[in-house]
Design a protein around this ligand. Sequence first.
Ligand SMILES: Nc1ncnc2c1ncn2[C@@H]1O[C@H](COP(=O)(O)OP(=O)(O)O)[C@@H](O)[C@H]1O
Ligand SMILES: [Mg+2]
Length: 576
Amino acid sequence: MKRNIFSLLKGNYIKYTIIQIFVAVAAFLGLLNPVFTRTIVDDIITDGKKQLLLPVLGCMLLATVLRLGIRYICQMNLEKITQKIVLNLRRQTFRKLMELDFSYFDRHGAGEMMTQMTTDIDITRQFLAHCIYVSLENITLFFGSLLILIFYIDAKLSSMLFFVMPVVVILTVSLAKEQKEKYRRLRQVHADLNTVVGENIWAQRVVKAFVREEYENNRMAKVNEAFRQGQIDISNTSRKYLPFIQNIHGIIQLYLVVVGGIFVMKGIITLGELVMFNSMIWMITGPLSGAGFLINEAISGFASYEKLMDLMEAKPKIIDKNRSRKLETIKGKVEFKNVSLRYQNSQALRDVSFVAEQGTSVGIIGQTGSGKSSLIHLLGRFYDPDSGAVFLDDHYIKDIDLEVIRNAVATSQQEVFLFSDTVSANIAYGCPKATAEEIRQAAKYAMADEFIQKLPEGYDTVIGERGVTLSGGQKQRLALARAILKQPSVLVLDDTTSALDSETEKEIQKKLREICQDKTLFIISQKISSVKDCDQILVLQDGAVIQKGTHEELLAEEGGYYQSVYKHQYGGVING
Ligand SMILES: Nc1ncnc2c1ncn2[C@@H]1O[C@H](COP(=O)(O)OP(=O)(O)O)[C@@H](O)[C@H]1O
Ligand SMILES: [Mg+2]
């Protein structure tokens, strides 16, 4: 897609052009009435040719009706075309969002994207539907009446307009220049405003729980003020120029009364011509004074379109090479070789290496921020490592189809997102074709069946509706069921059981071991009890694996991190 806003019209160029030609025709018809007025004054009133009255009035009526009719049809069709374009644009931008990877979302706020999907698209449409239409109408009126005045009435009388016009052009161009940056800034502040409002709606519980209402009010006040300032800036700039542009109308009017009067008295032009000139003046000054507004609208349109293009041109970093050698399934062996990962401003993983054979379990333990989740993100190839390599079933991960990877690796996270849909739809999110029986089975493994049965409509209960809310532990179990249902080759529990009591956790782990005979299981936790039965345990600190081994081996490492955590969590007694 090109940076040229008109490329949006692709496929509609001809229709759009025809409409715009008719817009010009309608404007041209508007030019006729002053001409007829001259005939009425000069030929009918002054010269007494009464037989002309009816035909002239008829023509005026016809021109008016035609003009209004054509305008109506043009507007209707422009609306249709541009709404269709917007529909496509919204679809394309949304698809683009779906295509982009984690790193894009890390760098761009939700408000920014919301603004792109809503306001920017609307403003772009407004440009194509309204701004161009009015501009064309104005241009026709302006040059049409200018030509009529010069060639039909009197070049000398009209010559004044040539002194005025450059002034208006200069003013309009300077206005456009000044406004450009301001609109760009306003557009950014608008996105920030959306971010703050959005975050406060989504994270309202957090805000309340941490009594941060005042802080959030202040944050809002800041962007709100910035938005106001942006609007004021724009309107101040407009106000600096618009009076000049608009007062030109008055100056021309004054000139006309004085000079036109003299011309009539001297017999250079007729009274009818003066009347005609007078009624054509607004067709010249109207477009001139409207130019400022149209420039604002156009600049705002370009600014929004540019933002849309920023999104459309964004490239996902994770690229599916679509190798011909297609791996259909992954059995579950995982290997990390000297893997390091860096986000924009923090080193998340340092030289991580380990091998997990198919059918084994890996426990990962470490403090918050030690890089546990980052390691898992690499496993699903949501990011690519900066150095080192990840292998699945001994295949370099970049050589495997993304879809194959994502189908093979299922993660259930601590932070669960549930859609406002039924419980079964939420569990079956990754496998829409799953039968009710399969869904229930997955829920049983995740120890969720029992509480789901107790919900008002069981598996058909819509989450978030009529006050149906779930506890953190219940949400985690739904997420776990969602991951289990996918029957992945690699199942990851990323702090999934943090909100569960240890009895339930033990029960779930027992069930998981049953179904994970041939699968590779990753259990991430800060609790020793969650990982101690794993075949191997990785201890992460600051992104590096500082200890590796079985529970017994790690416990035996005197003075090791694992041992100290164990002592802390088990009250100092070491008994395996
Ligand atoms: N999307 C991200 N963008 C930038 N930094 C991140 C991102 N995700 C995590 N980090 C940083 O990387 C480090 C490791 O985070 P993470 O893997 O989430 O740790 P853990 O899961 O062990 O709590 C932390 O310092 C965290 O702040
Ligand atoms: Mg984490």
